[in-house]
Write a protein that binds this ligand. Structure first.
Ligand code: GTR
Length: 345
């Protein structure tokens, strides 16, 4: 049944990772800004005194990049278990700079053995059409961009990669268990981050929907027309041409998740989040499975039907769950992804 549903969509066939990333950047997100010419950081130790009952190191880190000869800095927040060994870690692209945060349970994650490196997306550049501030201000003269220049999602993804530059300098982190995550618009960002940077061993998107995890052809809820009207600045200007023209696109969202292969992908949906369209999020997992299989890995292992609340597919390298409730980054989402990680890493 799932294979037939996909067949009817006539999705563009998979290409090489490089080709898919080229199309996605040129037509949808804009090209990610270049890697910095230089990068450095300064750390404030014991940012939260005695955090996690004294069992975690807590730091605020100011990450400074030099791009086109200009300087751009933003803060990240770091929690690392004190116990011996190399720790798996999450880079969390967050809506707020709180540690812990209502949707980012740093303390519980520490207790499970994970380090957490988070940053607030708006500390990179604002979530609106103003391209004169933060990273955008460094990249563009007078806030003017070209058709294929980075939109805001590409800039937030670039920032997550700078946090990864910093993470690589820490010898108490395990680089083979490096996970990036985000919710909603930041779930779209997490997928783009992992797709364009092979240092991440898992990309985890929560309720990312339109222009994130969900296939656009035949999608219900939010459409490209709507998202381009309301949030044009998340994308490059080229994306506007596909409003009401999903079927003409030389790509679809399966290119984004497939660009993470053979590394792990985890897509989480919520039952009441019809705006994001759980069915089309799961169909992406089904579609990309052939890419994993061609690489000798297991893709999504599931029953041959659309998802229902309570489903949890953790067998393959492509993980998926549908929980009850609304659009939200919940403890249940975290616990399920941790379960998937414990199975695979
Ligand atoms: C909605 C938007 C979605 C989703 C969400 C969010 O308004 O339509 O694409 O990303 O915002 O980020 O909270």
């Amino acid at each position: 049944m799932l294979k037939e549903l996909l067949k009817e969509k006539n999705l563009p066939p998979f290409l090489s990772r490089e080709e898919m990333l080229e199309i996605l950047q040129r037509e949808e997100y804009g090209y990610l800004p270049p890697k910095p010419e230089r990068i450095s950081w300064t750390e404030t130790e014991q940012f939260i005194p005695n955090f996690c009952a004294g069992r975690a190191i807590s730091k605020k880190v100011e990450i400074t990049s030099c791009i086109n000869g200009k300087t751009f800095a933003f803060p990240a927040y770091v929690t690392i278990p004190k116990k011996e060994g190399k720790h798996p870690f999450f880079i969390c692209i967050n809506f707020r700079d709180n540690v812990p945060d209502r949707c980012l349970p740093s303390e519980e994650l520490n207790d499970y053995g994970f380090a957490v490196l988070s940053f607030c997306y708006q500390d990179v550049t604002t979530d609106n059409g103003d391209f004169t501030n933060g990273l955008a201000g460094v990249l563009y003269e007078n806030g003017k961009r070209e058709e294929t220049s980075a939109g805001k999602i590409a800039m937030w993804a670039w920032a997550a990669q700078r946090v990864m530059d910093y993470a690589q300098s820490l010898d108490n982190l395990d680089q083979s268990r490096a996970f990036v995550c985000g919710h909603s618009r930041l779930g779209k960002t997490a997928l783009l981050t992992a797709a364009t940077d092979e240092r991440f061993t898992l990309g985890f998107s929560n309720d990312s929907g339109c222009s994130g995890a969900a296939i656009s052809r035949g999608k219900v809820g939010e459409s490209i027309d709507f998202i381009c009207e309301k949030f044009p600045f998340w994308f490059c200007e080229n994306y506007q041409q596909y409003r009401k023209r999903e079927t003409d696109m030389p790509f679809d969202q399966h290119y984004l998740a497939a660009s993470i292969a053979p590394r792990a992908v985890y897509i989480a949906s919520a039952e009441e989040d019809t705006w994001a369209d759980p069915n089309h999020e799961m169909l992406t997992c089904v579609a990309i499975s052939e890419v994993y299989e061609a690489m000798g890995k297991k893709g999504l292992i599931c029953e041959d039907r659309l998802p229902k609340a309570g489903d949890e597919f953790h067998e393959g390298c492509v993980g998926y769950h549908l929980r009850s409730g609304c659009h939200y980054f919940s403890r249940e989402d975290w616990l399920k992804v941790i379960k998937f990680i414990h199975k695979h890493f």
